[in-house]
Design a protein around this ligand. Structure first.
Ligand SMILES: CC(=O)c1sc(CCOP(=O)(O)OP(=O)(O)O)c(C)[n+]1Cc1cnc(C)nc1N
Ligand SMILES: [Mg+2]
Length: 614
């Protein structure tokens, strides 16, 4: 195997083109093999194999810095930068991260996971390089999806103005997770058509040259004029960035050739490469949406597997039905149609659905604009990605208390995507915002009840739910919910566990049939149910949440008790003040001590040991 000979990118320099091509196929097989067992970003990484090999053949990592935006397409990069022997641990607890990670390798220029960060990183690196009068290349690989992010476009604006030497590789496969969106995306499609026209025109020119050189000269001048117009139309031209392309992102020889040339250029250059997402694996080429991030599969007989009915689907079903009842309802997603369970909704209500691209800030403020003009927008968004729109929530929605609902999916630990994707800060970063209410349903029925009630109440409301399966609620079920009130699920004589969402299951398991332990579904986080809290203050109280301990639900309970002048014994269980890495959700919960075992342990420390220890 050629891969056996590759332990660092330097080893690529001595390979023949035939060996490089063979290496590309070996890498594809290894990516399929490991993703089949561990899950992961299969289609994106398969599409970037030739690009990665060409970059590491031409540039000298780690002296030259090669950045991968999102970092989910970098499996080939990991395999040829000394990690092939650990590649089978990808996304596993204690194993390789599924994204590039500075602490994992000197070849990983940035820690990635959230999109659109590579260009600002590259700008910073180029400035630092020039200030230190050092000499190395800065190369940023950014996908067409990530380029829809405001951070990327704003960085381009600055990059063009400063004119620092760097190479931007636009990896254009016309896909985000779903089909890509945006005017730039349309323009890139046109450019590819133009490329086809240029190729056809080259053929025409060669024929013309033989027939009539005079006529050929005329056509040539016309072509130059057209090119000038085309070029001026090119937005990168406006940004002061040299644009080259589009070129075939799977033509390894051609890529090496062009990169050798571009390496010599000064100033910022953008090379537009066209790739096929899922390249080299038929099912992934045919359906890059499903095979963007499959969980495990049989590599020889790859089939889609259902993950069971999820909270995302429960949300999608609920809003699809609600849209028939509420004509002003409008749902927005920042490029997460599938992840947020919105495929059905987007088909049944296309005129009240908007995928804004990977720009959460735009999603929130667009929703604010809609709310100001009478619509009832719901922003479907992952907890971790809502971090990108924090100011927009405050400045554009909460100050005027606009009727925007935030359907926060993936709230809590999310598993194999790891630290960049865990949704464990949203309670802390939302609950200090005036006018904004926060709720967490215990099941799909409560989710439906909360969504419907939130549409009636108006005002900014965040409803958070985990990455998990959930029992399907009956179609058409719209139960009433006493807004702002908690629910006692189990009476107790000595202590009460206050929990919600995912941790409620653990609380009920820990309390089991112990008459001393009560369990409360603390489903409203802001406002808290102070009346019930006051009534429970004569018991020992244990709060538990799938969220950072600091600033979360437990903090809110402590603050409320303090304001009410109540001093019961309270213990707060939550995630520790460090980043939880990738791993299985149950294992991460166990590590953090918020599972049933951790709750029993905490109760024992509070003087309510499990009965068997009596
Ligand atoms: C992994 C992950 O969370 C991905 S990968 C991806 C599509 C990226 O498309 P691109 O064209 O850049 O790359 P491609 O897959 O090669 O086509 C999205 C939207 N996400 C979710 C997402 C959402 N929002 C933000 C800020 N960051 C991320 N990573
Ligand atoms: Mg893409």
């Amino acid at each position: 195997m050629v891969l056996d000979k590759v332990n660092s990118p330097d080893d690529l320099k001595g390979l023949t083109l035939e060996e490089l091509l063979a290496l590309a196929e070996e890498i594809r097989s290894e990516i399929i093999r490991v993703t089949a067992q561990n899950g992961g970003h299969l289609a994106s990484s398969l599409g970037a194999v030739e690009l990665v090999l060409a970059l590491h053949r031409v540039f000298q990592s780690p002296k030259d810095r090669i950045l991968f935006d999102v970092g989910h397409q970098a499996y080939a990069h990991k395999l040829i930068t000394g990690r092939k022997d650990r590649f089978h641990t990808l996304r596993q607890e204690g194993g390789l991260s599924g994204f590039t990670k500075v602490s994992e390798s000197e070849h990983d220029a940035i820690t990635a996971g959230h999109a659109s960060t590579s260009l600002a990183h590259a700008l910073g690196m180029a400035i630092a390089r020039d200030l230190a009068k050092e000499d190395y290349h800065v190369v940023a690989v950014i996908g067409d999806g990530a380029l829809t992010g405001g951070m990327a476009l704003a960085a381009l604006n600055k990059i063009g103005e400063l004119g620092k030497r760097m190479l931007i590789i636009l990896n254009d496969n016309e896909m985000s997770i779903s089909e890509n969106v945006g005017a730039l995306n349309k323009y890139f499609k046109e450019l590819q058509i133009r490329k086809w026209v240029q190729d056809a025109e080259k053929l025409g020119r060669s024929i013309l040259e033989h027939i009539s050189p005079k006529l050929f000269g005329l056509v040539d001048r016309a072509k130059e004029a057209a090119k000038l117009i085309l070029h001026q139309e090119n937005p990168f031209y406006a940004w002061g960035i040299r644009y080259i392309g589009p070129v075939d992102g799977h033509d390894l020889k051609g890529l090496i050739h062009i990169l050798e040339h571009l390496k010599e250029l000064d100033g910022p250059t953008l090379l537009h490469v066209v790739t096929k997402k899922g390249k080299g694996y038929k099912v992934a080429e045919a359906d890059p949406i499903y095979w963007h991030g499959p969980s495990g599969f049989d590599p020889l007989r790859p089939e889609k597997v259902s993950k069971g009915y999820t909270w995302s689907q429960a949300f999608g079903d609920a809003v699809t039905e609600l849209a028939y009842l509420e004509p002003r309802l409008f749902v927005l997603t920042p490029a997460m149609r599938e992840g947020s369970g919105l495929v059905r909704y987007s088909v049944e209500h296309p005129d009240r659905y908007l995928d804004v691209g990977i720009c959460e800030d735009v999603a929130v403020t667009t929703a604010a604009g809609m709310a100001l003009r009478g619509l009832k927008p719901i922003v479907a968004i992952y907890s971790t990605f809502l971090q990108r729109a924090y100011d927009q929530v405050i400045h554009d929605v909460a100050i005027e208390a606009l009727p925007v609902i935030f359907a926060i999916d993936r709230a809590g630990v999310v598993g194999a995507d790891g630290a960049t994707h865990h949704g464990v800060f949203d309670i802390a970063y939302l609950r200090t915002i005036p006018n904004l209410q926060i709720a967490a349903p215990k099941d799909a029925l409560e989710l439906r009840a909360m969504l419907k009630k939130a549409l009636e109440i108006g005002g900014p409301i965040a409803i958070r739910y985990p990455r998990d399966n959930v029992e399907r609620a009956p179609e058409g079920a719209w139960p009433e919910i006493p807004w702002g009130r908690w629910e006692v699920l189990k009476e107790g004589t000595e202590a009460y566990i206050l929990a919600f969402g995912k941790t409620l299951k653990y609380a009920l398991e820990a309390a089991s049939d112990d008459p001393r332990i009560g369990v409360v579904n603390a489903r409203f986080l802001k406002p808290l149910d102070r009346e019930m809290l006051k009534a429970l203050a004569r018991y020992r109280l244990l709060t538990v949440e799938d969220h950072q301990r600091m600033g979360g639900f437990g903090s809110a309970v402590l603050e409320a008790l303090n304001e009410m002048g109540l001093k019961p014994q309270v213990k707060v269980l939550g995630l520790p003040d460090r980043f939880l890495e990738h791993g299985s959700i149950p294992s991460l919960h166990r590590q953090a001590g918020i599972d049933a075992e951790g709750i029993r342990k905490a109760l024992a420390e509070m003087g309510v040991p499990p009965t068997y220890e009596r």
